[in-house]
Design a protein around this ligand. Structure first.
Ligand SMILES: Cc1cc2nc3c(=O)[nH]c(=O)nc-3n(C[C@H](O)[C@H](O)[C@H](O)COP(=O)(O)O)c2cc1C
Length: 172
């Protein structure tokens, strides 16, 4: 049976954001559901908040990810969170590249159309955040003010930062 999603206003969104990012993780998905030109990857670093007086989600993607090309080509993306039982699927999608084949086919997840944007969501998600890109910036290591941050970039693959304006939050 298909889940009923309801749209929530961002001020009604009431969850532990730290647990959501660090323990539950998201799938970051970008592209065009209709043409099938999209990719997804697991993300655990990012933020949700207010910037320029609008609600935003911020995700960071290393240039080595296949998803990186999609994030630059398309103007929107989704962040989807899932019930615990799908965590092994998120682990798979966070350790395999769409560059090497249809990695979603190895999971129990089903891409589906989003409501306001081209990038897909997933039927099994219990939280879907639809975003329109509004700001992009490459991380500048000369601006790191704590030494430990450099240890995260041994391959010199500094993230590109994407701020997306949240245009919809759906929760099941
Ligand atoms: C729990 C978890 C969190 C991750 N968080 C990020 C992240 O925030 N940014 C990033 O660039 N890669 C992150 N990754 C790595 C990508 O998900 C991984 O490299 C993935 O295979 C890339 O897929 P792609 O090549 O199809 O884009 C994470 C992986 C895992 C398992």
């Amino acid at each position: 049976m298909k889940k009923e999603f309801k749209s929530i206003h961002y001020k009604e969104f009431n969850t532990n954001i730290f647990k959501l990012w660090e323990d539950q993780w998201f799938l970051l998905t970008c592209g065009d559901f209709k043409t099938g030109d999209f990719n997804t990857m697991t993300v655990a670093w990012g933020s949700l908040g207010i910037m320029w007086s609008v609600p935003f989600a911020q995700a960071v993607v290393r240039p080595t990810r296949h998803t990186f090309g999609f994030m630059n080509k398309y103007s929107d993306f989704t962040l989807c969170a899932f019930p615990k039982k799908y965590q092994k699927d998120l682990s798979w999608l966070g350790t395999h590249s769409g560059r090497d084949g249809d990695k979603i086919a190895h999971t129990s997840l089903t891409p589906c159309a989003s409501h306001k944007i081209l990038s897909p969501s997933f039927e099994e998600a219990d939280l879907i955040i639809e975003c329109e890109k509004m700001y992009v910036q490459d991380m500048d290591p000369s601006k790191f003010l704590h030494d430990f941050i450099h240890t995260k970039y041994k391959e010199n693959d500094h993230h590109r930062i994407y701020f997306g304006k949240i245009v919809n939050i759906f929760s099941s």
